[in-house]
Unconditional design. Sequence first.
Length: 158
Amino acid sequence: MSHKAVSHWFDLLETFYYHFRIYPFTSNHIRSLKKEPKLYLWDWSEIPDSGARFENLIACHLLKFVHYLHDFEGYRAELRFLRDLEKREVDFLVTIDKRPWLAVEVKLSDTNPSPALSLFKKKWSIPFVYQVVRQPEVNIFAKQVRVISADKFLAALV
């Protein structure tokens, strides 16, 4: 298959709400990968791996939150992810007016704050930084990162 045909099919499936793509956050101040979007399914129950399914669930809720901020509150909000050339990555970044506002890393059970979260928080002065875990009853603040259970995090969104 040609690259053009595959690209056309991905666009078509996105139009029919089978999946959505999240693109990396780019700026002149960060050496980041300019391409390679991450692909998430609208129906996360189709994903067999529990870690990928959990990340996909959080992606869907964050996208819904970004749409709410845009449609109801009037903000120019976008959902992106952070990745630099050294392969350090943060799963999700919500931007307001193209400025980082909320960073989210998703883990199944690791309550130790991700080093990439702390690095990008410092580099970009991101006001809200969360590591969301699937375990219930987690609410820890360490290394300027809030580690929180998914039920509490999602309840705080729209």
